[in-house]
Ligand binder design. Structure first.
Ligand SMILES: Cc1cc2nc3c(=O)[nH]c(=O)nc-3n(C[C@H](O)[C@H](O)[C@H](O)COP(=O)(O)OP(=O)(O)OC[C@H]3O[C@@H](n4cnc5c(N)ncnc54)[C@H](O)[C@@H]3O)c2cc1C
Length: 550
């Protein structure tokens, strides 16, 4: 396929050395930076402004057991049920136990979560797949913005050094005293706001923290902001690490439908709206979720997204690309409870208090990622991964709503504390790896995203997945050394790299499980109670961990 194994960039002209470099400034990266800072030099490198990742967009909130009728066991059971057999129960249990402390920690840092009716505690709401009310939120549906604001202010006040508009290109890898490959630092490009290169430099560090978020932007339809292009995963693949569970992309069932030509980030209509009683209807006025699942409109996301996709395929009343969410029973209370969604609706000329909202599924969350534990440790010494870029075993084949912000804060803080205590030994960066340095023209990103949305969406099958692999192969063939290095070109190349990994894994997994739904293999198969790995070898995608007989 010939995927580049290094991003083309001008030669480095400067160096910098720190104890800990954190790539990404969402909930995970800033939690790690803040916790490590008291005794370490910590540099946060982020390719845009601090709040450009998914964190600031989160609407629903953070899951944690805080209510008197809830229990840790219920939260564990709900998470395992959503994860469809691929969660690591021990890791889930640890997350659930640490979640209430993490939420209280954010409150001590100054996060203002919405109060309950008598003003003595925090209000708790429910989202799909949760058996109890356990989601704390802020400003109604502006929970992520409050988490981002709190962590931005806390990290800066603590003296964390920040480089905005700085793009992490590739890991620098050396060899330690045991002869093992170890991360030694990161090559960074400083850009202007348009992504043109000012300079390139090497930052050496004893710990490199990948906190670059997910990869929703590999799809044409996504709730993720433009910065979420899978860079950390592409970087890890180029450094020889495998990506786990890449096929498990969670599609949010209800992203606002803005017409057949809408592209890029689309406004999310949070699950919390269904938590407050909203109901899905098709264009012919029939309910979508009735009889599909015992929890009906509050069934887990994969169930709702698949039911909507199947109903759209039937084209009721001639409409095959969206359904409707009816929250009119809330009347004008909608405006106060969901101010961001109200603004997005008004932007589209819809009044949610008296009109149904057109919605469709769109790529939302990457359940897979770089294998790491809940302290951020990966297979490579010196390299740590936290937040959506990681695969810790918490989400399995499908994430339970609002577990991800909690996981980002828990894993980020755990890692930061560990790094405060102890750092890996320093290693010198070795020679730059041999191999192609080609880049993809930024315009080619459209071809990748279109191939993914058409063929690797909510409902997949062998034919569509083969078509995706072939189309991506053709796009990879167009990567050349003559492309001018820029943020757009690096992102396009990373988007291709990650898309190829996701398509290959989805094609290999011949079953339906969690958020991976195949119309040609409608059921889960016991032989697939296992994790797939995807690696980059000599420019080709290689899938590992395929069970015998699959
Ligand atoms: C619309 C929306 C609503 C959501 N609602 C919820 C919710 O209610 N509850 C919940 O738990 N989860 C929710 N999620 C998911 C959740 O927001 C994310 O999983 C979580 O915020 C991920 O945090 P993170 O720190 O790992 O990554 P992000 O917040 O995405 O941050 C990634 C950071 O990495 C930077 N970066 C990326 N590439 C590079 C590079 N090459 N060089 C330098 N910097 C780079 C980005 O600019 C950004 O700063 C939602 C997501 C979206 C999009």
């Amino acid at each position: 396929m010939s995927i580049p194994n290094r991003l083309g960039a001008p030669e480095p002209t400067w160096t910098h050395d720190v104890d800990v470099i954190v790539l990404g400034s969402g909930a995970a990266g800033l939690s790690a930076a803040l916790a490590a800072r008291p005794v370490r030099d910590v540099l946060v490198v982020t390719k845009d402004v601090l709040s450009a990742g998914s964190t600031a967009w989160a609407q629903g909130g953070l899951a944690g057991v805080l209510g008197p009728t809830d229990s840790l066991q219920h939260h564990v059971a709900d998470t395992l049920a959503a994860g469809a057999g691929l969660c690591d129960e021990g890791v889930v249990r640890r997350l659930v136990e640490e979640a209430p402390r993490a939420i209280r920690y954010l409150m001590r840092l100054g996060a203002a979560f919405d109060p309950d009716a008598d003003g003595r505690g925090v209000a708790l709401t429910r989202e799909g797949g949760h058996s109890h009310n356990r989601i704390v939120h802020s400003g109604g549906d502006q929970s992520g913005r409050e988490v981002q604001r709190t962590l931005d202010q806390s990290a800066i006040a603590a003296g964390v050094e920040v480089m905005e508009w700085s793009f992490a290109l590739d890991l620098l890898v050396g060899q330690n005293a045991n002869g093992q490959r170890q991360t030694a630092g990161v090559r960074i490009a400083v850009t202007d706001a348009a992504g043109h290169v000012f300079s390139v430099g090497d930052v050496t560090a004893r710990a490199v923290v990948l906190a670059t978020g997910g990869y929703g932007q590999i799809f044409a339809s996504t709730s993720n902001p433009p910065a979420v292009t899978g860079d950390g995963l592409a970087m890890a693949l180029r450094a020889g690490l495998a990506v786990t569970d890449a096929e498990f992309v969670q599609f949010h069932p209800t992203v606002m439908w803005r017409g057949p030509d809408a592209r890029g980030q689309q406004a999310l209509v949070s699950e919390a709206v269904r938590g407050e009683g909203a109901i899905l209807f098709d264009a012919a006025g029939r309910r979508v979720m009735e009889g599909v699942h015992p929890q009906e409109d509050l069934a887990p996301r994969d169930v709702v997204a698949a039911a909507i996709s199947a109903r759209m395929a039937e084209a009721p009343a001639g409409v095959d690309d969206h359904v409707y969410l009816d929250a009119t029973h809330l009347g004008e209370r909608f405006y106060e409870r969901f101010p961001s969604i109200t603004a997005a609706c008004r932007d589209a000329g819809i009044d949610p208090a008296c009109e149904r909202i057109p919605v469709a599924p769109a790529a939302h969350y990457a359940c897979g990622g770089i294998s790491a534990d809940l302290d951020g440790r990966t297979a490579m010494t010196g390299l740590f991964a936290v937040g959506e870029v990681s695969a810790t075993g918490v989400h399995g084949a499908n994430r339970l709503a609002s577990n991800s912000l909690t996981e980002s804060v828990v894993a980020g803080t755990n890692l930061g504390r560990d790094l405060e205590w102890e750092l890996p030994e320093r290693v010198d960066p070795g020679e730059a790896p041999d191999g192609t340095e080609a880049l993809l023209e930024p315009e080619r990103r459209r071809d990748v995203r279109s191939a993914m949305s058409h063929n690797v969406g909510v409902l997949r099958h062998a034919g569509s997945l083969t078509a995706a692999v072939e189309q991506l192969h053709a796009v990879a063939g167009k990567a050349t050394v003559g492309v001018t290095p820029s943020r757009d070109a690096w992102e396009a190349t990373n988007v291709l790299t990650v898309a190829a990994a996701v398509a290959a894994a989805a094609k290999t997994r011949t079953e339906s499980r969690g958020c991976h739904r195949r119309t040609d293999y409608g059921e889960s198969r016991d032989i697939w109670l296992t994790h797939l790995g995807v690696a980059l070898q000599d420019g080709e995608i290689a899938v590992t961990g395929v069970p015998p007989g699959a």
